[in-house]
Design a protein. Structure first.
Length: 208
């Protein structure tokens, strides 16, 4: 019989009953290797992106571009990845601190947001300076109730990057896909060139 500690008290047996609420369930990991795009398509290669989970979370680990000063982006699909270009509106802001200590700030990034656009949306801007092989970005994107046929689809992201300007950025993005059709595929890419390296992990989150 296994013994565990909870609040410094010994417990002789623990069951999983009732512990699943809010827990992350790993679905799929994709690893970039000079990849033009990385896509998660429901029903393809073990990917689940339907009503199984009300929340889907993508985690990004050391996303490094092959081309300097590019933007890490995403878009969604309602037709199983045959096309990507769901109408999207979002807003972007960030905090920054210069590597040399010469300045810091908090900015609304009007040039980064979109209004009813079908273009790929910016998640993390100007990743990696030319000649700086150690620079990358990491963060997460949460997609809420993508299988709904009643509501538009909300999402929120947060990224940290040591950027092309050698500043440290904490970048936030939130928006909605203006469709009541189920979202069943998500694609990630750089605005120019390939994703040289990095991992994207997809999780499902239960709400009960």
């Amino acid at each position: 019989m296994a013994l565990v500690k909870y609040n410094n008290n010994s417990i002789s047996a623990v069951t999983a009953t009732g512990l699943a609420s809010g827990a992350l369930t790993h679905i799929k990991t994709l690893t970039a290797s000079s990849s033009g795009t990385l896509s998660f398509v429901h029903g393809s290669d073990g990917v689940v992106l339907d009503s199984t989970y009300p929340i889907y979370k993508f985690e990004f680990i050391n996303i490094h571009p092959a081309t300097a000063n590019t933007i890490f982006q995403f878009q969604t699909s309602t037709n199983g990845g045959s096309s990507y270009g769901v109408t999207y509106t979002n807003t972007v802001f960030l905090a920054y601190h210069k590597e040399n200590g010469s300045g810091s700030g908090l900015n609304y990034e009007a040039g980064r947001d979109q209004a009813q656009s079908t273009a790929f949306a910016n998640l993390c801007a100007e990743v990696a300076r030319s000649g700086e092989a150690d620079q990358a970005c990491s963060g997460f994107l949460e997609l809420y109730n993508p299988s709904s046929t009643t509501f538009v689809k909300h999402c929120i992201s947060r990224f940290i990057k040591d950027a092309a300007t050698t500043d440290m950025f904490d970048q936030y993005q939130a928006g909605y896909m203006n469709t009541t059709t189920a979202i069943n595929a998500v694609r990630f890419q750089m605005s120019s060139g390939n994703i040289d390296a990095g991992k994207i992990k997809l999780y499902g989150i239960k709400d009960s």
